[in-house]
Design a protein around this ligand. Structure first.
Ligand code: GLN
Length: 214
């Protein structure tokens, strides 16, 4: 990764369906360049990826048929950093509680429950404390949202609401059940892009070390 890439990393936003432009705005606000990902080729040259909310079954079907799902799985397994919100979080989960099988990217050691908050409260807003981004709490917009039913040891839960985990991270992934892109609060996007920058700086250091050793 060049110094330019490290300071202004290129983040792809999956544009199969769902809230794309809101994520692009949020990423631009925290200094990233963005491009839209519709096909496997669009993953080339990316330093990170956002999987937006939407409808995970639709996304799984469309991306599964085009081969994009396999390509995503390969790049993400290979360490491409990803931010997944709502349906994006579902796509990254290793499993779904109480639901039928549906195509997923998988790879994150969480099990999620889709449309978890019940028929009466399908969509709501709430203040959600996210201590790793500091005070004040984030305004969480939940739209037919999932929650994280269980998480393995590689996963750190970073926010809870109503006794349920609603945001988490592991070495390369950040997921949220709510929609940070729909508020002006950029702290979660900043944490993600800062992580991408750090990863880039680490790779740059490795490259320098290898060159230096020759
Ligand atoms: N209910 C959707 C699903 O299960 C997620 C909703 C959202 O992304 N806002 O895929």
């Amino acid at each position: 990764m060049s110094a330019e890439q490290a300071s202004r990393p290129r983040i792809g936003v999956l544009a199969v369906q769902g809230a794309v432009s809101e994520h692009e705005d949020a990423l631009a606000d925290v200094g990233a360049r963005t491009s839209r990902v519709r096909a496997a080729d669009d993953l080339q040259g990316l330093d990170g990826l956002v999987i937006p909310g939407g409808e995970s079954t639709t996304f799984g079907l469309v991306a599964g048929e085009s081969g994009l799902l396999d390509a995503l799985r390969a790049r993400i397994d290979d360490g491409l950093p990803v931010l997944g919100t709502c349906a994006g979080m579902i796509m990254l989960a290793d499993g779904i509680a109480g639901g039928g099988p549906q195509p997923l990217v998988g790879g994150m050691d969480i099990v999620v429950r889709r449309n978890a908050w019940g028929r009466q409260v399908r969509s709501f807003e709430a203040d959600v404390a996210v201590p790793v981004v500091g005070e004040p709490p984030m305004r969480g917009i939940f739209i037919r949202a999932p929650w994280i039913e269980s998480a393995g040891p590689s996963v750190e839960v970073i926010a809870e609401h109503g006794g349920h985990a609603v945001a988490a991270r592991d070495a390369t992934r950040i997921v949220a059940a709510f929609h940070p892109e729909l508020t002006g609060d950029r702290r979660l996007h900043r944490m993600f892009v800062d992580g991408v920058r750090e990863r880039g700086a680490g790779q740059q250091h490795e490259e320098d070390t290898v060159v230096g050793a020759q």
